[in-house]
Design a protein around this ligand. Structure first.
Ligand SMILES: C[S@@+](CC[C@H](N)C(=O)[O-])C[C@H]1O[C@@H](n2cnc3c(N)ncnc32)[C@H](O)[C@@H]1O
Length: 224
């Protein structure tokens, strides 16, 4: 197993943010909402917290799928939030999506406690992954539904290269570079299990969902 090699936490570069916001993530991001719906069947109402929301594409797709919810997105990178302006402009769900600048774990969801918390592709950015689990435990309501999707670190450098070749061959160089570095920075399912145990969230389930992804799903305890 190759060792974890962290990457910069925040995506601060305007060129990086623009390329990310312009990339076509329709399939994986709709897949994120589909997988949430499978894990938590039924309606979603009230405010939802999207941690590390970036330009807000997942926030918008989630708000579109669940017309009775509002989504509060938090991200520490002004460039990523600004890159989302083009996605928001004229989008029918934009009035129910509120993105704000804030760095975990200091930043709080503005309407905490939340009954639903989602996060896509944030965990591998965090130098200290406890920041995510602390934020969820602090800002989630008792029994809150929590749905996280992230990359998982491959066993070998050769597998990293093969995944980049398979999934990012035609991507702009900045995104190819980010994908490769993100795979090296990602955690393994076993490492996430250990993080959850340390955070008192051992009831959550870690599931490998593809050759590069995992989901982490559960409900916060009903009592503190
Ligand atoms: C790969 S992007 C994912 C964006 C979005 N969730 C999506 O799926 O399109 C990861 C995001 O996490 C943000 N991020 C990283 N560390 C953070 C922290 N400590 N607090 C808040 N945001 C953070 C980065 O700035 C970046 O926008």
């Amino acid at each position: 197993m190759i060792p974890r090699r962290p990457e910069p936490e925040l995506m601060l570069e305007p060129e990086q943010a623009r390329a990310y916001a312009e990339a076509d993530f329709a399939a994986p991001h709709e897949g994120f909402v589909d997988a949430f719906a499978e894990a938590f069947p039924g309606p979603v109402t009230g405010p939802v917290l999207d941690l590390g929301c970036g330009p807000g594409d997942v926030s918008l797709r989630f708000a579109t799928r669940y017309p009775d919810c509002e989504v509060d997105g938090l991200d520490g990178a002004p460039a990523m939030l600004a890159a989302g302006d083009a996605l928001m402009a004229g989008h029918p769900a934009a009035d129910r999506v509120h993105l704000a600048e804030g760095c975990l774990p200091e930043a709080r969801g503005p309407r905490a406690p939340y009954a639903t918390i989602i996060s896509n592709s944030l965990l591998h950015h965090l130098h200290d992954p406890a920041a995510l689990w602390q934020t969820i435990a602090r800002d989630g309501a008792p029994g809150a539904a929590v749905f996280i999707m992230d990359l998982r670190r491959p066993d070998t450098t050769e597998t990293v290269r093969a995944l980049v070749a398979e999934y990012a061959a035609d991507a702009p160089p900045v995104l190819r570079h980010d994908f490769e570095h993100s795979l090296h920075a990602a955690f393994t399912p076993d490492e996430v299990q250990q993080q959850l145990a340390a955070a008192g969230l051992e009831g959550f389930t870690v599931t490998v969902t593809s050759d590069r992804h995992m989901t982490i799903v559960g409900r916060l305890p009903e009592t503190a």
